[in-house]
Design a protein around this ligand. Structure first.
Ligand SMILES: Cc1cc2nc3c(=O)[nH]c(=O)nc-3n(C[C@H](O)[C@H](O)[C@H](O)COP(=O)(O)OP(=O)(O)OC[C@H]3O[C@@H](n4cnc5c(N)ncnc54)[C@H](O)[C@@H]3O)c2cc1C
Length: 224
């Protein structure tokens, strides 16, 4: 059984930056993602200066696919970060203190710190006209396990959504999902010792750059 100083769930901008900041501070980090193809996946490269010492600064490109590729390579090359493709289905705890995570294959990874950075993927529904799919973003399935687990453990949620206008390659659609309530914006904590969150799963409709920054801030705080 692998043991980490911290496990980050979700490798979008917020999770990737949290893992990067933790790893750069010498912590051994497990970074779990549903798909390695969606690491730091963005529709467009964020406008504005990338935060100093961020993964975005290192991997920056005006082309979002190049940014994705460079971010993935950088994470894979960082000795303190173990990036792996798997869906986290459950959290493990002992008397209210996080002790690890369990993936949908049944593998367990030990840690005392978990960061949930799962974006718009908790209990997500993507609607195109009358058609509704279990997807947290265009072309990306949202697996229900973690959402059902958190609900069964009494975590509170707020409903959230964002509408995406038609593009040359995709029809107009709306993503509805659940944001974690009971989150402390000062500390990033959720009501289970050792459990934190960053990014869209808690922060609302701010920009991808702000979501990336929220992950970096949390990673810096937890790593100091
Ligand atoms: C093509 C495209 C178009 C977009 N259009 C818009 C738009 O019009 N408006 C808008 O506001 N935003 C849009 N976004 C989304 C925007 O980029 C996100 O808001 C931003 O990426 C959120 O960052 P995040 O890190 O919080 O979460 P995300 O980038 O969503 O990252 C979360 C990651 O967690 C992974 N994950 C989820 N659950 C698990 C689990 N249980 N185990 C392991 N991994 C898990 C997911 O696979 C995902 O990669 C778009 C994104 C893309 C790619």
């Amino acid at each position: 059984m692998k043991e980490f100083d911290a496990i980050v769930v979700g490798a979008g901008p917020s999770g990737s930056e949290a893992a990067w900041a933790l790893g750069k501070r010498g912590l051994l980090v497990g970074l779990a993602t549903d798909s390695l193809d969606s690491v730091y996946r963005l529709e467009t490269t964020p406008a504005g200066d990338p935060p100093a010492n961020s993964l975005l600064e290192l991997a920056w490109s005006p082309d979002p696919w190049t940014l994705h590729r460079q971010a993935k390579y950088a994470l894979e090359a960082e000795p303190n970060v173990h990036l792996f493709q798997s869906s986290v289905a459950e959290l493990l705890d002992d008397g209210g203190q996080i002790t690890g995570v369990r993936t949908w294959e049944g593998l367990e990874y030990r840690t005392k710190v978990v960061v949930l950075a799962v974006g718009s993927f908790l209990g997500a529904r993507l609607q195109v006209g009358e058609l509704v799919e279990e997807a947290g973003r265009w072309g990306e399935a949202a697996y229900p396990d973690l959402y059902h687990y958190l609900r069964s453990r009494g975590f509170g949620f707020e409903e959230a959504s964002y509408a995406v206008p038609q593009t040359p390659t995709t029809p107009a659609h709306t993503v509805r999902f659940h944001r974690l309530a009971d989150w402390d914006p000062q500390t990033g904590r959720l009501p289970l010792a050792g459990l934190y969150a960053a990014g869209r799963v808690v922060l609302g409709h701010k920009t991808p750059l702000e979501r990336a920054l929220s992950g970096q801030r949390l990673g810096k705080r937890l790593g100091s």
